[in-house]
Design a protein around this ligand. Structure first.
Ligand code: DUC
Ligand code: ZN
Length: 462
């Protein structure tokens, strides 16, 4: 199959220029001007539009068990929603079962995704228990299976949390096998005590989820994660950084030249703690971890993104319906499943609220949504850029089109939208995954099972 995308403006992390793209099979074979149309199967006219590398979302939780339920999107609905939003690769969290091995968790996630994904996907491996098996399994996953990153939780004691000694040993092993450790940085033991006290005082409403998770608990754990990685001499990637205090820890480390990376998420950039004051149980929609912070943190995060101390924006898409799922915690905020949807709206929100508002440049947006996550997670240059030899994962993006974000029109299965009613300017119109059209002029033409598992390489520093 030979496709030409013509008349568009190509945007990468380092440049913006007019050019046509020739796609042969699954790959970009050339970039130039006026390729001959003979023997071409498809011509896509991108006049007046940007052509962006497909966005890469390295933080999703599809078909993921949590707190007595399972996230509302499986690999079909979740990757379909991702494609609608211009995302062409995800990296999801395969999780070690309690009492089980890493490989069991890895195989379980393969079964969840098989035949369902409409875009490409990879897996991080969540390590929740360090037993004798785990360290050699880490090596095997990196070397043979392309699982080149591990996630550790410093929160959720008794469930997912690992202690400092375990973290230290896993960091050491990652130094030997070339994996990258991704850290959920919150002091889980202390948060648990604060939560128990709140509940004992009869504080049961969703807003107490935020009021029991202080920014200092995130900053302390961020500091500890960085210190442990520094002692071992390996990089560390802090997931879903939400506040100024934690960013200060990252910035201090980076100023010392340490390989410390942070991602943030759209909800921390656009929403704040006031959402929890919504009437009734509505605040439960915004119960994610870390929680939404006071509004002033948003400006600090945007400056961190522009100033290069925050390297990635991912979604932490972890959707639970209000009905029957979030409602588990109607009488106890600590039982509300933690997580919120976002897989579909990331590119539109960051373009509308970031680029159009002058907070970051268009090229920096591409770097934050595609190039940096691809590099850090070992997908580059196959993913994350527009270049000959790269996969033809491309987004034709209309910078003037408008869309109102709403649960009535989105494509995830979750029954609410965090940004309900918000109008954005700038919409992905056509999306290609390895040369195949998945979204065509805002119509879904993809197919479950077309997405492939990607064995990732070692991280590249950015
Ligand atoms: N935070 C969330 O909001 N969801 C999944 C797990 C997490 O740490
Ligand atoms: Zn998460």
């Amino acid at each position: 199959m030979r496709t030409i995308i013509k008349n568009g403006t190509i945007v990468t992390a380092v440049g913006t220029y007019p050019g046509d793209i020739l796609i042969e099979g699954e790959k970009i074979s050339a970039i130039g001007l006026a390729f001959p149309a003979e023997q071409t199967d498809k011509i896509i006219d991108a006049a007046g539009k940007y052509v962006l590398p497909g966005a890469v979302d390295v933080h999703t939780h599809l078909d993921a068990p949590q707190m007595g339920t399972v996230t509302a999107d499986d690999f079909e609905s979740g990757t379909t929603a991702a494609a609608w939003g211009g995302t062409t690769t995800i990296v999801d969290f395969a999780t070690q079962p309690r009492g089980g091995s890493l490989l069991q968790g890895y195989e379980t996630w393969h079964r969840k995704a098989a035949g369902k994904a409409v875009i490409d996907y990879g897996f991080h491996m969540v390590i929740r228990q360090l037993n004798e098996q785990v360290l050699p399994e880490m090596d095997l996953l990196v070397r043979d299976e392309g699982v080149s990153s591990f996630k550790l939780y410093m929160s959720y004691p008794g469930d997912l949390m690992v202690g400092d000694a375990e973290i230290f040993r896993i960091l050491q092993r990652s130094g030997e096998n070339g994996g990258l450790v991704c850290m959920h940085a919150e002091n889980g033991d202390v948060i648990d005590l604060i939560v128990k006290k709140a509940l004992a005082e009869g504080k049961i409403a969703p807003k107490y989820h935020a009021l029991t998770r202080p920014t200092k608990a995130e900053a302390e754990a961020t500091h500890r994660a960085i210190a442990l990685a520094e002692m071992v001499g390996v990089p560390v990637y802090i997931v879903h950084l939400s506040c100024a205090d934690a960013l200060e820890e990252v910035r201090d480390a980076r100023q010392l030249g340490l390989p410390v990376y942070a991602e943030t998420c759209p909800h921390y950039l656009f929403l704040s703690i006031e959402e929890y004051d919504r009437p009734g149980f509505e605040g439960a929609k915004y119960v994610m971890t870390p929680p939404l912070r006071e509004k002033w943190h948003q400006d600090v995060l945007w400056k961190g993104l522009a100033g290069r101390d925050v390297s990635v924006i991912s979604t932490d898409h972890c959707p639970f319906c209000i009905r029957e799922q979030k409602e588990i915690g109607l009488n106890d905020f600590s039982l509300i499943p933690n997580g919120a949807p976002g897989i579909e709206s990331r590119l539109m929100l960051v373009y509308d609220g970031g680029v159009r508002q002058g907070r970051i440049t268009l090229n920096r947006m591409v770097e934050l949504l595609s190039t940096n996550p691809a590099r850090l997670m070992g997908l580059y240059p196959r993913k994350g850029t527009i270049a000959p030899g790269s996969d033809a994962d491309l987004v034709i993006f209309d910078p003037e089109a408008k869309l109102v974000l709403s649960a009535k029109t989105h494509h995830t299965r979750v029954d609410y939208n965090l940004f309900e009613g918000r109008e954005v300017t700038g919409v992905p119109i056509t999306v290609l995954s390895r040369g195949q059209t998945v979204i065509e002029d805002r119509v879904f033409v993809g197919k479950a099972g077309n997405g492939k598992y990607i064995k990732r390489d070692h991280y590249q520093l950015v």
